[in-house]
Design a protein around this ligand. Structure first.
Ligand SMILES: [Mg+2]
Length: 353
């Protein structure tokens, strides 16, 4: 059951980016407005932006910065001299998200030192403002760093879960769960806010190791149940599973789960869409974005899941050809696939701090 193919890594990140981009033009539209604008079936094709490509949003931006932070942490773990590793995991990930923040607004001078040597910060089009989540912005502006033990707020918005797919590409199921929670708790202090992220990370991990999709969801659900305060998340994911087995139309089923602005709804909508249309990436993300709620985030999470499951060749070509930042997203997927390399070039690309 150890599969871990590059095409699944690429599928995960590109699949998420495409779901994000498909949902972006309708993020703030109700279903009636969506139908008025795009027809009875809703939005099905990527809308091209000013530069001729479909635009990704904060979900994909932050996913890339999560990946960069995790790869830097791998270098930290591999530093031979312990004295060199004078920074912990939490601070590395916090710095990674501060670099994302620096692409959205000017940081106070004192934080400038964390910006150096990041190839992502140099990617000009990553600094576009695409409705960044207000909780992510406000939590990262704080001096304190949010953790599970010292929550920075009581938010369970979906901004914690929508960005953690790379965790599952780098770690085994149980470790991915823990690390996914920690990454989300930096900005989202409510248990449902970070446990949804733990579940999502663990699910991606199971998928890329070759597990059947339904089996992977069930395993991660069992793991989720072991965590304190997980009842709310468990209930929503169980509802998604029941709806997959029902005759309910997908739009009705999604309405029953919620709108996806909050974390446990977003992950459950994604689990529902991925399982319901598990052999058809296109149908899954179309279902995942055409509703009243947070379309780009539910599209991104669904896209991460099914992209990882079906691989990049399971994603229609016209989506792949039209997605913004295709090369950079592919490069990040390749680097996650490598994980760590003992070379100066790698350490310069991902300094262990
Ligand atoms: Mg977004």
């Amino acid at each position: 059951m150890s599969k871990r193919e590059l095409e699944n890594f690429k599928g995960c990140l590109l699949g998420g980016a495409i779901g994000d981009a498909l949902g972006w033009p309708i993020e703030f539209l109700g279903i009636d407005e969506i139908k008025d604008k795009f027809g009875e079936n809703g939005i099905e094709d990527l809308v091209l932006g000013a530069f001729g490509k479909a635009e990704i949003t904060d979900d994909t931006q932050m996913t890339l910065f999560t990946a960069e932070g995790l790869l830097r942490n791998k270098v930290r773990e591999n530093l031979e001299e312990e004295s060199e590793a004078d920074i912990d995991f939490t601070t590395i990930m916090h710095n990674a998200y501060l670099r994302w923040l620096s692409t959205q607004e000017r940081l106070p001078k004192i934080k400038d030192k964390i910006l150096h040597n990041s190839w992502l910060v140099q990617v000009w089009s990553l600094s576009k403002l695409r409705a960044p989540g207000s909780t992510c912005l406000s939590a990262l502006r704080e001096e304190e760093i949010g953790t599970i033990d010292q929550p920075i707020n009581s938010s369970k918005g979906c901004g914690g879960v929508m960005r953690v797919a790379p965790v599952g590409l780098l770690y085994g199921m149980e470790e991915a769960f823990d690390i996914g929670c920690k990454c989300a708790a930096l900005t989202h202090g409510h248990p449902s806010g970070y446990l949804s992220a733990g579940f999502f990370s663990a699910l991606i991990s199971q998928i890329v190791s070759g597990e059947d999709l339904k089996e992977a969801v069930l395993k991660c659900l069992s793991l989720l149940k072991k965590y304190p305060n997980s009842e709310e998340c468990v209930e929503k994911i169980q509802l998604a599973l029941e709806l997959v087995d029902s005759n309910e139309l997908s739009n009705e089923a999604i309405r029953e789960i919620g709108e996806g602005w909050i974390a446990e709804e977003a992950i459950s909508i994604a689990v529902y869409c991925a399982l319901r249309f598990q052999n058809d990436y296109k149908k899954a993300i179309i279902a995942a974005v055409n509703h009243n709620g947070d379309s780009d985030s539910t599209g991104a999470i669904t896209g991460n899941i099914l992209g990882a499951y079906l691989g990049v060749f399971g994603i229609p070509n016209d989506y792949i050809e039209n997605i913004e930042l295709f090369e950079q997203i592919s490069e990040m997927a390749e680097d996650l696939y490598i994980g760590y390399e003992e070379s100066d070039k790698w350490r310069n690309k991902y300094p262990g701090k």
